[in-house]
Design a protein around this ligand. Structure first.
Ligand code: HEM
Length: 120
């Protein structure tokens, strides 16, 4: 919980700082010449996913053993579906999101290879 929450908040600060840098240099019209800044921007994609996952851990682990604090314990709120049904749904999502991930990475690589348009 402690590390998940802090990872999320530290990443949020990092995103704001990187966004400010990008905004500043975009407004100055220099963004395409600053290779170091573009390289810094790349891992932000993956760090965004990390921030989401740690945030999710904060929400899910942090509320244990309650689904609703002092009102609804997790043992009552949990589903009555059997393990097989939950596993099937889980793997359907794994397949779906893996396909989406592959598509997204392919689109990004294509765009990166194309590069920015010529500055006139
Ligand atoms: C200063 C910055 C941030 C603070 C103080 C913060 C705080 C929190 C808190 C308190 C929760 C738990 C909410 C609950 O109890 O349901 C949460 C959940 C979450 N956070 Fe953050 N967060 C920050 C930044 C971020 C960033 C940058 C991301 C992603 C890019 C993120 C993604 C998430 C996600 C996905 C959840 C789970 C939401 C859910 O499942 O209901 N957070 N955050």
């Amino acid at each position: 919980m402690f590390y998940s929450f802090h990872t999320m908040v530290i990443l949020a600060s990092l995103f704001i700082a990187v966004f400010a840098l990008f905004l500043f240099f975009t407004l100055k019209g220099k963004i395409e010449q600053l290779k170091w800044l573009l390289i810094i921007g790349l891992p932000m994609f993956f760090l965004g996913i990390l921030a989401q996952e740690t945030g999710w851990a904060v929400a899910e682990v942090g509320r244990q053993p309650w689904a609703i604090q002092d009102m609804l314990p997790v043992s009552i709120a949990r589903t009555n579906l059997d393990t097989g049904t939950v596993a099937t749904t889980f793997f359907m999502f794994v397949v779906l999101f893996t396909v989406l991930l592959i598509a997204e990475v392919k689109i990004m690589i294509t765009q990166i290879k194309k590069g920015p348009e010529e500055v006139k």
